[in-house]
Design a binder for this molecule. Structure first.
Ligand SMILES: *Cc1c(COP(=O)(O)O)cnc(C)c1O
Ligand SMILES: [Zn+2]
Length: 410
């Protein structure tokens, strides 16, 4: 709640500003802002018992940790409190002692981005905005379109023209004004920023708006609670712009600082081999450099990560592990998750799991480790790649002879 928020602090120049929904970057130097909390006040307000008595089953379960007005209007869609599975069969297949899968693909518009977009709609309302805009490789857009539609806000949404049809179809159904840009995500982002400045729209571009990371961090709060506040050794997830991993880290830090968990997990940052500017910066211990966007996992095909500083801090502070996976390893992970867990993820959604497998193979993490793998988006968003992963079924005529002939190939 806003009464627990101290300020919005610039991560570059260190200046502290009032945490207002209309201030989304440092007015002094343009740096990224970080929302700071009064941890002593949160400590007084919540403990394990208080949380156990809560009936709210959404991201708004954690109001004390969120930068929103206590009495503001509540979002219309049910975002968060996604399923958390102990994935014993998958763990056994991978040769890992303990593995959990957090399936954020079951959110209302089918990705983790709903957590940020629900927050964006609340902050837009608090800011008195009339129109919300963003650029996205797909899921930020579809989640904004859905959450805004539920609250009655028009949206202007910029997507690179390569965005998968499933995601674009969501935008069209939710009634967004869609601008499909025939270029990279980077160019799309730049155009959206220009337009947002020109028209004065509310800016949902996640890397820029510090409140959105606060929405994303709720996935970490849920994981901790679903683990009975006993953290695993590692939490693995895919990384594009870097807002999700930075938000996840912020969530665990907030819980640690307020005495809700007694140790912090190490993050496993997973990127695609063809687009891994953040992991490369960590591995080579040098500043990040732009890369080509060369992967089929469109949601993490981000050559110029917009939240690089916060993401790199998160990986380093957590003593994190970085691992890159090939497109084939991503497709294999989609099949593996589907077959051992019944969880269907889009390519970027299963990339974290592909990273766990690879990290084990490379002995970057021990077999005795306990790991949470976050599935960040649903597989129905990108069915062509799902078919690529799993193949087409064998078609036959309605004839028993033909059925018998193919039985051994099923
Ligand atoms: C956006 C997204 C990511 C990566 O999040 P970033 O904040 O860009 O690092 C991963 N998976 C899916 C499905 C996404 O939509
Ligand atoms: Zn600054």
């Amino acid at each position: 709640m806003m009464e627990h928020v101290l300020c919005a602090k610039c991560i570059d120049c260190g200046k502290e500003w009032e945490a207002r929904p209309d201030i989304t970057t440092c007015p002094s130097c343009g740096g990224l802002l970080d929302i700071k909390y009064d941890y002593a006040a949160i400590r007084k307000a919540v403990d394990h018992k208080v949380m156990a008595g809560r009936s709210e089953q959404s991201m708004w379960r954690y109001m004390e940790y969120l930068p929103v007005l206590g009495k503001g209007s509540r979002p219309k869609l049910r975002v968060g409190w996604s399923p958390f599975y102990k994935a014993d069969r998958l763990a056994k297949t991978l040769g890992l002692k303990t593995l959990y899968v957090k399936d954020d693909g079951v959110n209302p518009t089918a990705s983790l981005k709903d957590r940020a977009s629900a927050m964006a709609v609340v902050k837009a309302e608090e800011a008195g905005a009339e129109i919300i805009a963003c650029s996205s490789t797909g899921n930020a857009a579809s989640s904004l379109a859905g959450n805004a539609a539920a609250a009655g806000y028009p949206t202007y949404i910029f997507v690179p023209s390569r965005a998968p049809k499933g995601k674009v179809s969501q935008l069209m159904i939710f009634g967004a004004h869609v601008i499909s840009v025939k270029s990279t995500y980077e160019d799309t982002f730049r155009l959206s920023e220009e337009a947002i400045r020109k028209f004065g729209w509310y800016n949902r571009n996640a890397a820029i708006n510090p409140f959105l990371m606060e929405g994303k961090k709720t996935v970490a709060l849920e994981i901790a609670e679903q683990l009975g506040w006993k953290m695993t050794d590692y939490v693995a997830l895919s990384v594009g712009d870097g807002c999700t991993i930075a938000g996840v880290w912020k969530g665990f830090r907030d819980l640690y600082e307020t005495g809700m968990i007694d140790r912090l997990p190490r993050l496993i940052s997973v990127q695609a081999e063809g687009c891994c500017p953040l992991n490369r910066a960590i591995a080579e211990n040098k500043p990040w450099e732009p890369m080509e966007e060369n992967t089929l996992a469109d949601s993490i095909a981000v050559g110029v990560p917009r939240n690089a500083d916060k993401a790199l801090n998160a990986i380093r502070e957590s003593n994190g592990v970085v691992v890159n996976v090939s497109d084939q390893e991503i497709l294999d992970a989609a099949k593996l998750l589907g077959r051992t867990c019944g969880v269907f993820g889009e390519p970027a959604g299963v990339t974290g799991t592909a990273g766990v497998k690879k990290a084990l193979e490379l002995s970057l993490i021990p077999e005795e480790a306990s790991v949470v793998s976050i599935v960040t988006g649903n597989g129905l968003k990108d069915t062509p790649n799902a078919i690529r992963a799993a193949g087409e079924p064998i078609a036959i005529d309605p004839d028993m002879e033909q059925l018998l002939q193919i039985m051994d190939r099923l």
